[in-house]
Design a protein around this ligand. Structure first.
Ligand SMILES: Nc1ncnc2c1ncn2[C@@H]1O[C@H](COP(=O)(O)OP(=O)(O)O)[C@@H](O)[C@H]1O
Ligand SMILES: O=C(O)[C@H](O)[C@@H](O)[C@H](O)[C@H](O)COP(=O)(O)O
Length: 174
């Protein structure tokens, strides 16, 4: 990790579509001077097409994608670079896949109201995810449990304020 803070190996910026994962994740990776992975980039075309058609992903759709993401976590953990990943990581069991892949995985949950998420997704140009699927995101979302290392923040704060909060929290761990 480039920043002076000794932070967990991998930080997963999680939340529903429109919560700000890509925006905050890229800023946080820059602040920490570590690699950044946009989990959407590892979706096969079939998954993107499913969501673009207004159909939520099934567990079967997600399973190989989660394994590809876990491989990235193993790689950046083994290399010592660490990293930040923007990934919805909606369910506890998905996050367990990540925690089994790397010793120091830490979750930053961007908690956002449904109206704000829907407004943001609808206002985003050139993205495969339709606002019609935002309700299915909430149906799948399981907030962080006490046994999951991480922090939940208000996603309606500015992205910079969120990064400052996360950086401060990470310093207390280091
Ligand atoms: N903290 C924020 N405040 C206001 N708008 C935001 C914030 N974070 C992201 N956005 C905007 O909301 C939309 C969704 O952000 P994005 O990072 O793509 O979210 P996600 O990756 O969770 O789907 C984008 O248009 C982005 O510019
Ligand atoms: O069903 C899921 O697990 C999620 O929908 C996820 O895989 C999807 O790619 C994003 O939510 C859409 O992208 P954004 O979150 O960047 O809008």
């Amino acid at each position: 990790m480039g920043d002076s803070t000794s932070v967990p190996a991998v930080i997963v910026v999680m939340g529903v579509s429109g919560s700000g994962k890509s925006t905050v994740g890229a800023l946080l990776a820059e602040r920490l001077q570590v690699p950044f992975l946009e989990a959407d980039d590892l979706h096969p075309a079939a998954n993107r097409a499913t969501m673009a058609a207004g159909r939520p992903l099934t567990e079967q759709d997600r399973r190989p994608w989660l394994q590809d993401l876990a491989r990235w976590i193993r790689q950046v953990t083994a290399s010592g670079s660490g990293g930040v990943m923007a990934c919805s990581a909606l369910r506890y069991e998905y996050r367990e896949v990540f925690r089994r892949a790397g010793a120091g995985v830490w979750f930053l949950h961007l908690a956002v109201g449904e109206a704000a998420a829907r407004r943001r997704v609808a206002g985003r140009a050139g993205h495969f995810m339709p606002a019609a699927l935002v309700d299915s995101q909430y149906a799948d979302l399981e907030p962080l449990r006490p046994d999951e290392p991480g922090l939940t923040v208000d996603a309606e704060e500015s992205a910079q304020a969120i990064v400052n909060q996360a950086s401060a929290a990470l310093r207390t761990i280091g």
